[in-house]
Design a protein around this ligand. Structure first.
Ligand SMILES: [Zn+2]
Ligand SMILES: [Zn+2]
Length: 300
Protein backbone atom coordinates (compact mmCIF):
# COMPACT_ATOMS: atom_id res chain seq x y z
CA UNK A 1 0.00 0.00 0.00
CA UNK A 2 1.44 3.33 -0.94
CA UNK A 3 2.08 6.00 1.63
CA UNK A 4 4.77 8.55 2.14
CA UNK A 5 6.56 8.60 5.49
CA UNK A 6 5.64 12.30 5.82
CA UNK A 7 1.99 11.29 6.14
CA UNK A 8 2.82 9.16 9.11
CA UNK A 9 4.94 11.55 11.07
CA UNK A 10 2.38 12.00 13.85
CA UNK A 11 3.83 9.17 15.88
CA UNK A 12 7.50 8.59 16.44
CA UNK A 13 8.02 5.79 13.98
CA UNK A 14 11.21 4.80 12.23
CA UNK A 15 12.46 2.51 9.54
CA UNK A 16 13.44 -1.03 10.43
CA UNK A 17 17.12 -0.21 10.73
CA UNK A 18 16.46 2.48 13.33
CA UNK A 19 14.02 0.62 15.53
CA UNK A 20 16.70 0.09 18.18
CA UNK A 21 15.26 -3.20 19.43
CA UNK A 22 17.93 -3.36 22.14
CA UNK A 23 15.87 -0.73 24.00
CA UNK A 24 12.94 -3.10 24.29
CA UNK A 25 12.67 -5.78 26.92
CA UNK A 26 11.40 -9.14 25.63
CA UNK A 27 7.62 -9.56 25.82
CA UNK A 28 6.25 -11.20 28.96
CA UNK A 29 5.76 -14.99 28.60
CA UNK A 30 2.00 -14.65 29.23
CA UNK A 31 0.05 -15.37 26.06
CA UNK A 32 -2.50 -12.88 24.79
CA UNK A 33 -5.23 -15.33 23.93
CA UNK A 34 -8.74 -13.87 23.57
CA UNK A 35 -9.88 -16.18 26.39
CA UNK A 36 -7.68 -14.43 28.96
CA UNK A 37 -9.46 -12.11 31.37
CA UNK A 38 -8.89 -8.47 30.46
CA UNK A 39 -9.40 -5.72 33.03
CA UNK A 40 -7.97 -2.18 33.12
CA UNK A 41 -6.89 -1.02 36.58
CA UNK A 42 -7.90 2.62 36.22
CA UNK A 43 -9.54 4.25 39.25
CA UNK A 44 -11.68 6.70 37.24
CA UNK A 45 -12.86 3.96 34.88
CA UNK A 46 -13.73 1.56 37.72
CA UNK A 47 -15.76 4.31 39.50
CA UNK A 48 -17.61 5.15 36.23
CA UNK A 49 -18.27 1.44 35.61
CA UNK A 50 -19.70 0.96 39.13
CA UNK A 51 -21.87 4.12 38.73
CA UNK A 52 -23.25 2.67 35.46
CA UNK A 53 -24.32 -0.55 37.20
CA UNK A 54 -25.80 1.38 40.15
CA UNK A 55 -27.86 3.60 37.82
CA UNK A 56 -29.27 0.52 36.10
CA UNK A 57 -30.09 -1.05 39.49
CA UNK A 58 -31.80 2.19 40.60
CA UNK A 59 -33.96 2.11 37.48
CA UNK A 60 -34.77 -1.58 38.12
CA UNK A 61 -35.79 -0.76 41.70
CA UNK A 62 -38.12 2.10 40.74
CA UNK A 63 -39.65 0.22 37.79
CA UNK A 64 -40.32 -2.96 39.78
CA UNK A 65 -41.11 -1.74 43.31
CA UNK A 66 -42.64 1.70 42.68
CA UNK A 67 -44.48 1.14 39.40
CA UNK A 68 -45.08 -2.50 38.48
CA UNK A 69 -45.66 -4.40 41.75
CA UNK A 70 -48.36 -1.99 43.08
CA UNK A 71 -50.08 -1.82 39.66
CA UNK A 72 -53.50 -3.48 39.52
CA UNK A 73 -53.24 -4.82 35.98
CA UNK A 74 -51.27 -8.06 36.32
CA UNK A 75 -50.77 -8.60 32.57
CA UNK A 76 -49.36 -5.04 32.24
CA UNK A 77 -46.95 -5.63 35.13
CA UNK A 78 -45.74 -9.03 33.88
CA UNK A 79 -45.28 -7.89 30.27
CA UNK A 80 -43.39 -4.71 31.17
CA UNK A 81 -41.43 -6.44 33.94
CA UNK A 82 -40.19 -9.15 31.57
CA UNK A 83 -39.30 -6.68 28.78
CA UNK A 84 -37.57 -4.17 31.07
CA UNK A 85 -35.62 -6.74 33.09
CA UNK A 86 -34.65 -8.67 29.96
CA UNK A 87 -33.28 -5.53 28.28
CA UNK A 88 -31.54 -4.42 31.51
CA UNK A 89 -29.88 -7.83 31.79
CA UNK A 90 -28.66 -7.61 28.16
CA UNK A 91 -27.38 -4.05 28.82
CA UNK A 92 -25.36 -5.16 31.85
CA UNK A 93 -24.08 -8.29 30.05
CA UNK A 94 -22.95 -6.09 27.10
CA UNK A 95 -21.26 -3.72 29.55
CA UNK A 96 -19.42 -6.60 31.20
CA UNK A 97 -18.31 -8.03 27.84
CA UNK A 98 -17.17 -4.58 26.58
CA UNK A 99 -15.20 -4.07 29.81
CA UNK A 100 -13.61 -7.52 30.09
CA UNK A 101 -12.80 -8.27 26.43
CA UNK A 102 -9.34 -7.49 25.08
CA UNK A 103 -10.16 -4.66 22.61
CA UNK A 104 -7.35 -5.78 20.29
CA UNK A 105 -4.14 -5.02 22.18
CA UNK A 106 -0.90 -5.46 20.29
CA UNK A 107 1.53 -7.72 22.23
CA UNK A 108 3.57 -5.47 24.51
CA UNK A 109 7.31 -5.21 23.92
CA UNK A 110 7.35 -7.34 20.75
CA UNK A 111 9.68 -4.90 18.97
CA UNK A 112 12.64 -7.16 19.78
CA UNK A 113 15.50 -7.91 17.40
CA UNK A 114 14.33 -11.52 16.92
CA UNK A 115 10.76 -10.48 16.12
CA UNK A 116 11.83 -7.81 13.62
CA UNK A 117 14.18 -10.29 11.93
CA UNK A 118 11.38 -12.86 11.80
CA UNK A 119 9.27 -10.37 9.81
CA UNK A 120 11.81 -10.69 6.96
CA UNK A 121 11.41 -7.10 5.85
CA UNK A 122 12.28 -6.19 2.31
CA UNK A 123 14.76 -3.33 1.85
CA UNK A 124 12.93 -0.04 2.19
CA UNK A 125 9.86 -1.63 3.82
CA UNK A 126 8.59 0.43 6.71
CA UNK A 127 7.40 -0.92 10.04
CA UNK A 128 6.19 1.24 12.87
CA UNK A 129 7.19 0.99 16.47
CA UNK A 130 5.33 2.50 19.38
CA UNK A 131 7.89 4.24 21.58
CA UNK A 132 5.62 3.97 24.62
CA UNK A 133 4.88 0.25 24.74
CA UNK A 134 7.75 -0.98 22.54
CA UNK A 135 5.50 -2.87 20.16
CA UNK A 136 5.45 -3.17 16.39
CA UNK A 137 2.36 -1.22 15.48
CA UNK A 138 0.01 -2.70 12.87
CA UNK A 139 -1.73 -0.32 10.50
CA UNK A 140 -4.69 1.49 12.16
CA UNK A 141 -3.46 0.73 15.70
CA UNK A 142 -3.18 3.58 18.20
CA UNK A 143 -1.60 3.85 21.61
CA UNK A 144 -3.96 4.38 24.55
CA UNK A 145 -2.39 6.12 27.52
CA UNK A 146 -4.98 4.67 29.96
CA UNK A 147 -4.63 1.05 28.82
CA UNK A 148 -0.89 1.64 28.25
CA UNK A 149 -1.11 -0.50 25.13
CA UNK A 150 -1.45 -0.11 21.39
CA UNK A 151 -4.99 -1.09 20.38
CA UNK A 152 -5.94 -2.32 16.90
CA UNK A 153 -8.61 -0.12 15.26
CA UNK A 154 -8.92 1.91 18.46
CA UNK A 155 -12.04 4.08 18.37
CA UNK A 156 -11.77 5.80 21.76
CA UNK A 157 -11.17 5.00 25.41
CA UNK A 158 -14.51 4.94 27.21
CA UNK A 159 -14.39 5.40 31.00
CA UNK A 160 -18.03 4.22 31.28
CA UNK A 161 -16.95 0.73 30.19
CA UNK A 162 -13.45 1.19 31.67
CA UNK A 163 -11.87 0.01 28.44
CA UNK A 164 -10.83 1.02 24.97
CA UNK A 165 -13.34 0.46 22.20
CA UNK A 166 -11.40 -1.36 19.49
CA UNK A 167 -11.47 -4.14 16.93
CA UNK A 168 -12.51 -6.96 19.28
CA UNK A 169 -15.08 -5.35 21.59
CA UNK A 170 -16.84 -2.76 19.44
CA UNK A 171 -19.87 -5.04 18.99
CA UNK A 172 -20.39 -5.27 22.77
CA UNK A 173 -20.01 -1.50 23.14
CA UNK A 174 -22.60 -0.81 20.41
CA UNK A 175 -25.01 -3.31 22.04
CA UNK A 176 -24.43 -1.64 25.42
CA UNK A 177 -25.41 1.80 24.05
CA UNK A 178 -28.41 0.29 22.24
CA UNK A 179 -29.81 -1.59 25.27
CA UNK A 180 -29.28 1.39 27.59
CA UNK A 181 -31.15 3.62 25.09
CA UNK A 182 -34.00 1.04 24.93
CA UNK A 183 -34.39 0.68 28.72
CA UNK A 184 -34.27 4.47 29.09
CA UNK A 185 -37.06 4.86 26.53
CA UNK A 186 -39.09 2.05 28.13
CA UNK A 187 -38.68 3.54 31.63
CA UNK A 188 -39.77 6.99 30.38
CA UNK A 189 -42.88 5.51 28.78
CA UNK A 190 -43.79 3.66 31.98
CA UNK A 191 -43.28 6.80 34.11
CA UNK A 192 -45.54 8.78 31.74
CA UNK A 193 -48.28 6.09 31.93
CA UNK A 194 -47.92 5.92 35.72
CA UNK A 195 -48.48 9.67 36.05
CA UNK A 196 -51.49 9.55 33.71
CA UNK A 197 -53.17 6.66 35.61
CA UNK A 198 -52.32 7.92 39.08
CA UNK A 199 -53.59 11.45 38.50
CA UNK A 200 -57.04 9.96 38.03
CA UNK A 201 -56.75 7.72 41.08
CA UNK A 202 -55.89 8.17 44.70
CA UNK A 203 -52.08 8.47 44.91
CA UNK A 204 -51.97 6.47 48.14
CA UNK A 205 -53.40 3.44 46.29
CA UNK A 206 -51.05 3.84 43.35
CA UNK A 207 -47.78 3.07 45.11
CA UNK A 208 -46.60 1.34 48.24
CA UNK A 209 -44.44 4.41 49.01
CA UNK A 210 -45.78 7.74 50.29
CA UNK A 211 -46.94 10.11 47.49
CA UNK A 212 -44.00 12.57 47.92
CA UNK A 213 -41.44 9.73 47.93
CA UNK A 214 -43.07 8.18 44.86
CA UNK A 215 -43.00 11.49 42.96
CA UNK A 216 -39.33 12.13 43.84
CA UNK A 217 -38.29 8.58 42.83
CA UNK A 218 -40.18 8.89 39.53
CA UNK A 219 -38.78 12.35 38.73
CA UNK A 220 -35.22 11.14 39.39
CA UNK A 221 -35.85 8.15 37.12
CA UNK A 222 -37.20 10.49 34.40
CA UNK A 223 -34.07 12.66 34.56
CA UNK A 224 -31.84 9.61 34.42
CA UNK A 225 -33.84 8.09 31.57
CA UNK A 226 -33.89 11.28 29.49
CA UNK A 227 -30.18 11.98 30.00
CA UNK A 228 -29.10 8.46 29.09
CA UNK A 229 -31.59 8.14 26.22
CA UNK A 230 -30.02 11.22 24.57
CA UNK A 231 -26.43 10.28 25.40
CA UNK A 232 -26.58 6.61 24.37
CA UNK A 233 -28.70 7.07 21.25
CA UNK A 234 -26.28 9.73 19.95
CA UNK A 235 -23.37 7.39 20.77
CA UNK A 236 -25.16 4.47 19.07
CA UNK A 237 -25.77 6.53 15.92
CA UNK A 238 -22.16 7.74 15.83
CA UNK A 239 -20.83 4.21 16.26
CA UNK A 240 -23.03 2.70 13.53
CA UNK A 241 -22.05 5.56 11.19
CA UNK A 242 -18.33 5.01 11.80
CA UNK A 243 -18.70 1.21 11.42
CA UNK A 244 -20.53 1.63 8.09
CA UNK A 245 -17.82 3.98 6.82
CA UNK A 246 -15.04 1.83 8.32
CA UNK A 247 -13.42 4.84 9.94
CA UNK A 248 -12.70 4.89 13.67
CA UNK A 249 -13.31 7.91 15.90
CA UNK A 250 -9.57 8.61 16.08
CA UNK A 251 -9.17 8.41 12.30
CA UNK A 252 -12.04 10.89 11.88
CA UNK A 253 -10.47 13.25 14.42
CA UNK A 254 -7.00 13.04 12.93
CA UNK A 255 -8.41 13.15 9.38
CA UNK A 256 -6.05 10.32 8.49
CA UNK A 257 -5.48 9.40 4.89
CA UNK A 258 -7.40 6.25 3.97
CA UNK A 259 -4.92 3.42 3.34
CA UNK A 260 -7.20 0.43 3.73
CA UNK A 261 -9.47 -1.44 1.33
CA UNK A 262 -12.92 0.02 0.84
CA UNK A 263 -15.85 -2.32 1.48
CA UNK A 264 -19.58 -1.95 1.22
CA UNK A 265 -21.39 -0.60 4.30
CA UNK A 266 -23.09 -3.94 4.78
CA UNK A 267 -19.76 -5.78 4.71
CA UNK A 268 -18.32 -3.32 7.23
CA UNK A 269 -21.21 -4.16 9.59
CA UNK A 270 -20.46 -7.88 9.17
CA UNK A 271 -16.81 -7.35 10.03
CA UNK A 272 -17.86 -5.97 13.43
CA UNK A 273 -21.01 -8.00 14.17
CA UNK A 274 -20.11 -11.27 12.45
CA UNK A 275 -21.14 -13.16 9.34
CA UNK A 276 -23.88 -13.90 8.39
CA UNK A 277 -26.68 -11.69 9.74
CA UNK A 278 -28.42 -13.56 12.56
CA UNK A 279 -29.94 -13.08 16.00
CA UNK A 280 -26.42 -13.42 17.42
CA UNK A 281 -25.85 -9.80 16.29
CA UNK A 282 -28.04 -8.80 19.23
CA UNK A 283 -26.41 -11.15 21.73
CA UNK A 284 -23.59 -9.94 23.97
CA UNK A 285 -22.70 -13.61 24.52
CA UNK A 286 -21.93 -14.42 20.87
CA UNK A 287 -18.37 -13.63 19.86
CA UNK A 288 -18.44 -12.17 16.31
CA UNK A 289 -16.50 -14.16 13.76
CA UNK A 290 -14.23 -11.38 12.45
CA UNK A 291 -12.12 -13.79 10.40
CA UNK A 292 -14.99 -15.16 8.35
CA UNK A 293 -16.41 -11.70 7.73
CA UNK A 294 -13.02 -10.48 6.56
CA UNK A 295 -13.01 -13.22 3.90
CA UNK A 296 -15.94 -11.47 2.29
CA UNK A 297 -14.30 -8.08 2.34
CA UNK A 298 -14.05 -7.69 -1.41
CA UNK A 299 -17.62 -8.79 -2.08
CA UNK A 300 -19.75 -5.71 -2.68
ZN1 LIG B 1 1.82 1.69 22.21
ZN1 LIG C 1 -7.69 2.53 26.51
Amino acid sequence: MKSSPANRSRDIERQAGYLRPEHCTPPPPRSNSPHDMWFIRDGCGIVCGVITWMLVFYAEFVVVFVMLLPAKNLAYSIFNGVVFNGLAFLALASHFRAMCTDPGAVPKGNATKEFIESLQLKPGQVVYKCPKCCSIKPDRAHHCSVCKRCIKKMDHHCPWVNNCVGENNQKYFVLFTMYIALISLHALMMVALHFVFCFEEDWAKCSSFSPPATVILLILLSFEGLLFLIFTSVMFGTQVHSICNDETGIEQLKKEERRWAKRSKWMNMKVVFGHPLSLSWLSPFARPDHGKANLYQYVV
